[in-house]
Every structure is written in C-alpha cells, then in structure tokens.
Write a protein that binds this ligand. Sequence first.
Ligand code: SF4
Ligand code: F3S
Ligand code: FES
Length: 234
Amino acid sequence: MLKIHLKIQRFNPEKDSKPWWGEYDLEAEETDRVLEALHNVKWYQDGTLALRRSCAHGICGSDAMRINGRNALACKVLVKEAGPKITVQPMLGLTVIKDLIVDMEPFFESYRKVMPYLVNDEDPGERERLQSPEERARFEDTTKCILCAACTTSCPSFWATSDYVGPAAIVQAHRFIYDSRDKAGAERLEIMADKTGVWRCRTAFNCVEACPRGIEVTRAINEVKLAVTMGRVP
Ligand code: SF4
Ligand code: F3S
Ligand code: FES
C-alpha cells in the first residue's frame, strides 16, 4: 500500500468566506487513480466533499480538475505517479459551486454557440450520406472530444477574457466545418471570425497539454483560422 497525503481546495459558498485547504492522509493501492483517493476521502473521512464523476474510465469527461497544478481527469491519473503528496483544485476560470464542482454553464453556452450538430437539409436518398476515407480523416481527431473543459480552463486567453469561446468550442466547430456532409460551414466561420472567436487564441499550447484525449487542439485551431482567413474550407 502507498501512503498518500491529499490536499484538496475546499469551498462551500453557503458557509465559507474564502477557499481553504483540506488535508487528508490515506492509503492507496498501486493501481489507484486520484479519483479513488477522492472517493476514499468522501466515503471514509468527510462526506461533505463535493466532486463530479461518472464513468471512471476517461469517457464521460465529468471529473476534470487541477491535479498538482495541471488540468487532468482524476480517473486517469495514477496516485503512484502524482503522489505521495497530491494537490487537487477545481478548474480555473469557471465559478466554483462547491469544492471541486464548477459551473459549466458558460462552457456549454460557448459549445452551443458553434452549432455543434450536422446541418444538411438535402435528401440523403435511400442510403446514408457517403463520405470518402480521406474526407472522414480531415476531422477524425476532433471527433474524440469528450467536452471535459480541461483545455478551455487551462487557456490564459480564456482566463483573461471569459467571453472567448475557448479551445473546446473551436474543436467542436472544426469537427463540423471540416465535415464534407455539413452545409453550415459559412455560418460557423462567421461565428469563429467574431471578436470572441478564434483570433483570441494566442497559441499558448496549454490546451494541447491538458487534453486527456490527445487531440491536437492547436492544429485544429490553426485549421479553423485558415478557413476563416480564406472564407471557406481549404
Ligand atoms: Fe476535453 Fe480535449 Fe475536448 Fe478540450 S478538446 S474539452 S481537453 S477532450
Ligand atoms: Fe489558449 Fe490553446 Fe490558444 S491554450 S491561447 S487556445 S493554443
Ligand atoms: Fe468519466 Fe473521469 S469519471 S472521465
């Protein structure tokens, strides 16, 4: 068993005037992830600890948080790699609702803004809309996004101006702008050209480092910038 010291940023707006550090000693298995350590605290030491999680397998995107100062999914970080002293904080740039839970509504508002759905009113005929492997490959990477917000909340431009749509929304825009079946590219490029859009990105690269799905976020952003500049998908 590993001995772990967990330092968790706590904050309950109903009774705390400011955030404070909760410190917890616990034992963990070699195979435990930070999520198990947080469960250990919640289930056996302090049931008031608040956090989001669901799948525990890096799929749902609900447990993104700052672990040792870097955004990550708690269910993907092994305590033996992060420890023995581990610091856990909520993501930056979004309002803390309680402890590790932040208000995701502004994040999803930006997501909705880019029209994250296929637009095509043409009759698909008797079969599905066909696409060549090459056409599919153009947006393969950006289909992997799980909307965890780790990229957007690690972006200095988002911290500075929270009306910036952020890298996650641009990744979603890319996924449809570069889809040959979609017909709303021009509209999305207009949204991306807005002052809250793609030009707010200053190529800081934090988003790439934070993405738990290994998406080449800055490459996608640059491709959207190129499409905005040309006024069409190149
Ligand atoms: Fe999360 Fe990566 Fe999607 Fe950003 S691009 S929301 S980091 S999965
Ligand atoms: Fe932000 Fe990523 Fe651009 S961290 S500034 S969106 S390269
Ligand atoms: Fe679903 Fe971690 S709990 S991604």
